[in-house]
Design a protein around this ligand. Structure first.
Ligand code: NAD
Length: 251
């Protein structure tokens, strides 16, 4: 008889899952048996492509368009999901943007946009889902932070503030929900090969590479495998932690 997959019967919502790290996480969770709900804001086609890929591999998936920076839109999306799927067991807050600038030039808009998506977006989904997690006495929340949130980075005050904020949010939620069997952890990727890092200036790319003891960029799968571990039973006694996936950049 075939062994049951690790995440069989679980429903996972992954934000910003149309491409990059989110896409890899969606595929990895689906590969381990979860029903994966692919949230997107920009491109519906990309999200549909991820859904198709999951279905072609025998999994179940659906895409949900919603700007995570919009509190009420997140509430509506989660209401719709709960009506249809009845439970969500895994929430991965992956949606994120950068608007890099030196602090002396950073506009209020650049600061707000990044905070509203990266940090408030996670608050919105957690806020709307937490009552269901409490009721079902279980759930896994995984927030995709960054090593930039751990160490800071010149030219990214907005991004680093949002990613450091995510760590505080993760730890507080972990403390609040631990006694109800809900785990919340943060994953802090280093320098991962995605469109986000491909658009960096060459000098910044070289500097980032030079700071990695393993001397290579990470892959989206490196981040996805850890996230899937945190979504599964192997992490049942782990909460409030920050895991760097960074080839040794921070230690
Ligand atoms: P990416 O730009 O390829 O993907 C980000 C995704 O988030 C996109 O699909 C985008 O449409 C979506 N998104 C943006 N704003 C949204 C919103 N308001 N609502 C819903 N979706 C939205 O970037 P990536 O490199 O795959 O990054 C994914 C996550 O990992 C981000 O949170 C990023 O900060 C984090 N991260 C990336 C790296 C890296 O080296 N690439 C390092 C550390 C952390």
């Amino acid at each position: 008889m075939e062994k049951e997959k690790e995440l069989a019967g679980r429903v996972a919502l992954v934000t910003g899952a149309g491409r990059g790290i989110g896409r890899a996480i969606a595929l990895e969770l689906a590969g381990q048996g979860a029903v994966v709900l692919v949230n997107y804001n920009g491109s519906r086609e990309c999200a549909q492509e991820v859904v198709r890929e999951i279905e072609e591999n025998g999994g179940r998936s659906e895409s949900f368009g919603c700007d995570v920076s919009d509190f009420h839109a997140c509430g509506k999306m989660i209401e719709e999901i709960m009506k249809k799927y009845l439970h969500v067991d895994i929430l991965v807050n992956n949606a994120g943007i950068t608007r890099d600038n030196l602090i002396v030039r950073m506009t209020e808009e650049e600061y707000d946009q990044v905070l509203n998506t990266n940090l408030k977006g996670a608050f919105h989904t957690i806020r709307h889902l937490s009552r269901y997690f409490l009721k079902q006495r279980g759930g896994k929340i995984i927030n995709i932070s960054s090593v930039s949130g751990v160490e800071g980075n010149a030219g990214q005050a907005n991004y680093c503030a949002s990613k450091a904020g995510l760590i505080g949010l993760t730890k507080s939620v972990a403390r609040e929900l631990a006694c109800k069997g809900v785990c919340a952890n943060a994953v802090a990727p280093g320098f991962i090969d995605t469109e986000m890092t491909r658009s960096m200036p060459e000098k910044a790319r070289e500097a980032a590479l030079a700071s990695i003891p393993m001397k290579r960029q990470g892959s989206v799968e490196d981040v996805a495998r850890l996230t899937a571990f945190l979504a599964g039973r192997g992490s049942d006694y782990i909460t409030g932690q920050v895991f760097c996936v960074d080839g040794g950049m921070t230690m």
